[in-house]
Design a binder for this molecule. Structure first.
Ligand SMILES: Cc1cc2nc3c(=O)[nH]c(=O)nc-3n(C[C@H](O)[C@H](O)[C@H](O)COP(=O)(O)OP(=O)(O)OC[C@H]3O[C@@H](n4cnc5c(N)ncnc54)[C@H](O)[C@@H]3O)c2cc1C
Length: 501
């Protein structure tokens, strides 16, 4: 059999390109298939803010991946360590202890070596001063275990990964949709690809699936997550329609993880129905709700806006919004907190209402006015004394209302008032494949499927209910790198066998 490529990687997001680079650096020939046209390449990874979560030991570790940082800059930074166990505990906490312990341990313990590996391949990182630090005592204090983002956010990441792939001689086909894998004698022999209206069969030893989840597939969303999910906005690429999952399941893979769950957020009500590649960057999110109130069209609150830092609640509150009448809600703020809102509230893309009284505000938006005013009045009466500290869980909460607001509860009583309509945007589906800690795709009895590997959103079992921000990119990188190495080991073994036959 003439094999043109050792490995074919399906997908061209972060996980796929990390897998391709990892396989290629061991000397294998690699082809990447991207379903999207070139100007829409890069999957959900392209749309990210580039926030990437890894374990580190203080500023010295951070400087290993941001070597440009001067001693002067470093001296002005307070960077508490974020150990492997901190990461592991955060992951387990936000996933309600459901995360597969072996995959979770692999993700966190490989995170630092993987980010330094990415850096060695030309990916640049920078500190996320704006969203992850606050100033005090002449220093920037970083918090939350997420101090770093990729240079020029997701766009920069995808550009740099593609540059590296090109330097290493990795071929990339655009508008090439992986359809199926072919096997003989229990070994992968080819991958079928739809390209230019034709079905092409590419001979190959090993396939790495990194095609994302099924978040952009309405039917799959409705079937697996729930009928109301048809209405969700797709925050990222329109191309993640579950193809890779279908290919693997057909090849005998087992499902793993939370097939009825997904990551979702509150996003601008007027955001495009699928991610717009001409307006990348995470510009439609609305993440400052811990500082205000979330009120539905019936005029009711429905979550504890201040339950935790937004890093730990934003993912699950999206789905709460979808359950509200009209699949929407309003974030409501007053002048006290308006200057503290994140930068996305000032973008021209933000849908915003402003009024001099809460009554006028209610008249401007589609809400039950009487209930809206009653909710605000009851909330104001329930706010307890205490000091307001937006950068720490200040315990300034409410008493006697349900749901409570547990932190950052300031009375909403200073004009002007603001309302931002939000709906639910799905980020990615959690359901994936059963995979080993080395990214091998497994059958239901945990047997590896020869030559088949997976990475990124396609691996199930890591995220349930929620996820700690920045772990999507890290998971793609960690398991992408591992998938490349595992594919390399596999291909080398079978090539040796073939030459000794
Ligand atoms: C708006 C937004 C902001 C986000 N911000 C962050 C953040 O700051 N930090 C973070 O960690 N995570 C973030 N995430 C989540 C993150 O994007 C994902 O967890 C991660 O990028 C997934 O990477 P991936 O490589 O698995 O998938 P993707 O990057 O989605 O790549 C999948 C690739 O597969 C291709 N594809 C699909 N089907 C086929 C097929 N049949 N054949 C060939 N190719 C195919 C797609 O075109 C795409 O190139 C964000 C997501 C969104 C949508």
């Amino acid at each position: 059999m003439s094999v043109k490529y050792d490995v074919v990687v399906a997908g061209a997001g972060n996980a796929a390109l990390c897998a391709a680079i990892s396989a290629r650096e061991t000397g294998l020939s690699v082809l990447v298939l991207e379903k999207a046209p070139k100007h829409k390449r890069g999957g959900n990874s392209y749309f990210t803010d580039g926030a990437i979560r890894f374990a580190y030991n203080g500023i010295d570790d951070i400087r290993k991946i941001i070597p440009e940082m001067t001693d002067e800059e470093a001296a002005k930074i307070n960077m508490p360590s974020y150990h492997v166990d901190d990461y592991y505990n955060d992951l387990m906490r936000v996933n309600n202890n459901k995360s597969d312990p072996s995959l979770a341990r692999q993700l966190v313990s490989r995170s630092f070596e993987t980010i330094t590996w990415m850096h060695s391949h030309g990916i640049s990182f920078e500190l996320n001063y704006k969203n992850q630090s606050f100033e005090g005592d002449g220093k920037f204090h970083f918090w939350g275990g997420l101090p770093v983002k990729t240079h020029n956010i997701g766009m920069g990441l995808i550009k740099s990964l593609n540059k590296r792939a090109e330097e290493l001689g990795i071929d990339i086909w655009y508008e090439a949709r992986a359809l199926d894998i072919k096997k003989e004698n229990d070994r992968i022999t080819a991958i079928e690809v739809e390209k230019g209206g034709q079905i092409v069969s590419i001979p190959v030893h090993s396939v790495i699936l990194a095609c994302g989840g099924f978040e952009a597939n309405k039917e799959m969303r409705a079937k697996h997550i729930g009928p109301e999910w048809e209405a969700a906005i797709v925050r990222g690429t329109e191309y993640n329609t579950g193809d890779g999952l279908q290919i693997a399941l057909k090849a005998g893979a087992a499902r793993h993880g939370d097939w009825s769950g997904c990551h979702s957020i509150g996003t601008d009500y007027n955001a495009p129905k699928v991610g717009d590649f001409s307006k990348p960057g995470d510009i439609f999110k609305k993440h400052s709700y811990p500082l205000g109130l979330l009120i539905n069209r019936d005029g009711e609150r429905f979550v504890d806006e201040g339950a935790d830092f937004r890093n730990y609640t934003y993912a699950k509150y999206g789905r709460e919004i979808l359950k509200q009448p009209g699949a929407m809600a309003f974030q409501v703020y007053d002048q006290q907190v308006r200057p503290l809102l994140r930068e996305e509230y000032d973008l021209e893309e933000a849908t915003a209402f402003q009024a001099d009284s809460v009554e006028e505000l209610a008249d401007m938006i589609d809400v039950n006015k009487e209930a809206f005013l009653k909710t605000i009045a009851e909330y104001n009466n329930a706010v307890q004394d205490g000091s307001f500290h937006p950068n720490e869980k200040d315990g300034k909460g409410t008493r006697g209302i349900h749901p409570p607001k547990s932190n950052w509860a300031l009375k909403l009583d200073q004009a002007p008032y603001y309302a931002f309509p939000v709906t639910c945007g799905i980020t990615f589906s959690f359901g994936g494949l059963l995979a080993s800690i080395d990214a091998e795709v497994l059958t239901a009895d945990a047997t590896p499927i020869n030559g088949l590997f997976a990475a990124g959103e396609m691996i199930g079992g890591l995220f349930y209910d929620n996820y700690p921000g920045g772990s999507g990119l890290m998971s793609g990188a960690v398991f992408g790198k591992l998938a490349g190495k595992s594919a390399s080991r596999y291909v080398k073994t079978i090539k040796t066998e073939e030459t000794t036959l």
